[in-house]
Design a protein around this ligand. Sequence first.
Ligand code: TMP
Length: 208
Amino acid sequence: MKKGLLISFEGTDGCGKSTQIRLLSEYLKKSNREVVISREPGGCKVGEKIRNILLNAENVEISPMCELFLYEAARAQHMAQVIEPALNEGKIVILDRFIDSTFAYQGYGRQLGEECVDIFNKYAINHRYPDITLMLTLKADDAFKRKGGNDTKDRMEMAGDDFFKRVDEGLKRASEKYADRIIKVNVEGTCEETHKKICTLIDNLLEK
Ligand code: TMP
């Protein structure tokens, strides 16, 4: 029997993922659900160390394939150490980014392709796909404004406009290819409106 519930959040930087994750977690906890919030890359000691390597702006020499393996290595450890144990205990795990970020950033942004990313994703997650993926969507300019404009950039943020155009294309493609689990949520309304939409989606899933 499938235990727990795995929810992932995706979307471009500045779309309000962290706020919506916090609000959803508070909502679920009110009905006595056990919730674990985590993030990728990261979520455990080794995962956070790999995150530092990936995001450190000094590591400019990292190749696309090395980058893919580092994201997948962090994920495999996170999965084994945090996500699977929590799901086995029947908890709800909410992730800030997961496999669809790899699909979009490495598959499309770094142009490694869908086939390659899909295979490594599948093994890193030990075939345990999210029950639902909420892809928050926003016009690119709005995302930039919400994020607070041009602050200090990490290694990924340094990638340039063409890269981020490909990432957006990758996110769109993922939402079509994995339409069975990915639901797009437009976040152009207020934070509260978005939160209500998300609660309805999750309540429907929990009632099934
Ligand atoms: P964050 O800024 O949302 O914490 O994510 C860290 C960065 O890593 C962000 O630029 C997206 C990127 N990323 C990938 O390129 N591939 C992945 O698989 C994941 C999870 C994140």
